[in-house]
Design a protein around this ligand. Structure first.
Ligand code: HQG
Length: 179
């Protein structure tokens, strides 16, 4: 089974379009794993899928995108569905990083970091991770350093995605280092 392809489809279902799969996420983004399997099986491509395939998919992935616990599965970040996934507020480290495209920098200077299509702004724990994120949009990405702890102390909410990804509400440019 192609776990990369499966992971993309599971992300699509759990981040962007649960209703296309007849799924309803709970407020923390969870769905019953049997319901997801049932929905996937309707596609010939995944007709033989089993729980073990989802476990292998998570294990084989380059990033921890999904979490499967106690018969439920969810995406850990990236959601675009209209109803917000509830995340627990957490105190971030002093600095976090955001990798972006050169063409977005002027607008970020002006408006700060905005979630855009997603429910939260996505931040990285280190520069290397931010670089990889930015690379998706620009061969020479710009790495912004975010004064995360200060922003948090001043009332901006932060949330944990996984070990490498933090989420936050919009961050105005006073907390962003652009050099
Ligand atoms: C930019 C992937 C103009 C922002 C990654 C980014 C990540 C602005 C783009 C996760 C802006 C949104 C999320 C402003 C922000 N003006 N542009 N004011 N504020 N932007 O994809 O952070 O592989 O929604 O810089 O690794 O790139 O899918 O966010 O370039 O963890 O698991 O607007 O998705 O993970 O793009 O990526 P995205 P992101 P997966």
């Amino acid at each position: 089974m192609n776990y990369r392809e499966l992971s993309k489809e599971v992300s699509y279902a759990l981040r962007h379009a649960p209703s296309e799969y007849g799924l309803v996420l709970d407020e923390n983004g969870w769905v019953d794993v049997q319901e997801l399997l049932k929905a996937l099986k309707e596609n010939n491509k995944w007709a033989s899928i089993e729980l073990n395939d989802l476990l292998s998919m998570i294990q084989a992935a380059d990033k921890k995108r999904h979490e499967l616990v106690g018969g439920k599965i969810r995406a850990l970040y990236g959601h675009t569905i209209p109803s917000p996934i509830k995340k627990e507020i957490a105190e971030p480290p002093e600095h976090l990083y955001h990798g972006t495209a050169r063409r977005f920098v002027e607008s970020i200077k002006e408006k700060g970091l905005l979630p855009q299509e997603r429910q939260y702004v996505h931040l990285s724990v280190d520069e290397n991770t931010a670089y990889e994120v930015g690379k998706r949009r620009d061969e020479k990405p710009v790495i912004l350093r975010i004064k995360a702890k200060l922003a948090f102390m001043n009332g901006i909410s932060f949330y944990k995605g996984n070990a490498d990804v933090w989420l936050s509400d919009s961050i105005n440019s006073e907390y962003i280092e652009f050099h």
